[in-house]
Design a protein around this ligand. Structure first.
Ligand code: AP5
Length: 231
């Protein structure tokens, strides 16, 4: 079985890997799902704090790969800049390598993964998913959120020029992502509707989908998610 390269997967959720734990059961993981700019990254740190599960963001991992000019970064860059998905085999390898790390042993919080049916099927063969928190936001709101997004390169905190302004003293160092422009956002939304949003009914059929109205303030969305988690 499996996508884990050198790992031996004994059965779903139980695997051994090179040089690490041996046969330790991995508990359930959570998927944070939603369109680009829905607020997944914004909510992920709060969910990680509540659950103790580390955030695994494929977007962040790919941006690091691009900034380090690694082989993966070189392969992924043009897809990301055009707002289309990086090929499944690269993403599945990236995730399976990340899941070998010791902090993943008690389950993780996936942010921006899976995004295709192939990715979801691969994931279901190696971890148990307890819930898929789906942050739902209309397209017109997405465009405003993405175009106004800024990031602090030091703390990695995500800000917005109107909805979550950064403190004055760090304004000068904020950066804007290369793919956060109107043209690329339109492609990212198109890609989302064609390839990713069908996954919501796939997860709903498995009774895993938790729809959250993301068209509220950051604090209100966080409260709704924490109500679900504390249940
Ligand atoms: P990725 O980095 O995953 O981008 P994304 O899914 O497009 O998501 P974003 O990071 O844009 O948004 P978010 O939902 O985290 O929103 P945020 O919290 O920042 O992927 C980038 C690219 O990498 C992809 O296009 C693809 O090429 C590739 N890729 C990544 N994963 C892949 C995969 N699995 N397979 C294949 N390719 C992959 O919030 C956005 C803004 O809104 C912020 O400014 C924030 O302050 C503001 N905001 C948040 N919540 C609210 C709110 N409730 N009210 C008002 N403003 C809010």
């Amino acid at each position: 079985m499996g996508i884990c390269g050198g790992n031996k997967i004994n059965h779903k959720n139980r695997f051994t890997y090179d040089g690490g734990y041996d046969g330790t059961t991995m508990t359930t993981s959570i998927v944070l799902f939603g369109p680009p700019g829905a607020g997944k990254g914004t909510q992920a740190s709060k969910i990680s704090e509540m659950t103790g599960k580390p955030q695994i963001s494929t977007g962040d991992m790919l941006r690091i790969a691009v900034s380090e000019a690694s082989d993966l970064g070189a392969k992924a860059q043009s897809y990301m800049e055009s707002g289309i998905l990086v090929p499944d085999e690269l993403i599945i390898e990236l995730i399976s390598n990340r899941l070998k790390q010791e902090d993943a042993i008690n389950g993780v919080l996936f942010d921006g993964f899976p995004r295709t049916l192939n990715q979801a099927i691969a994931l279901s063969s190696i971890v148990d998913i307890s819930s898929v928190i789906s942050i739902e936001v209309p397209d017109e709101e997405i465009i405003k959120r993405i175009v106004g997004r800024r990031m602090d390169p030091i703390t990695k905190e995500i800000y917005h020029i109107s909805f979550k302004p950064a403190p004055d003293e760090i304004q000068g160092r904020l950066i804007q992502r290369k793919d956060d422009n109107v043209e690329t956002v339109m492609n990212r939304l198109k890609t989302y509707h064609q390839q990713t949003s069908p996954l919501s009914s796939w997860y709903d059929d498995q009774n895993l989908l938790i729809p959250i109205d993301g068209n509220k303030s950051i604090e209100e969305v966080a409260t709704d998610i924490s109500k679900f988690l504390s249940n």
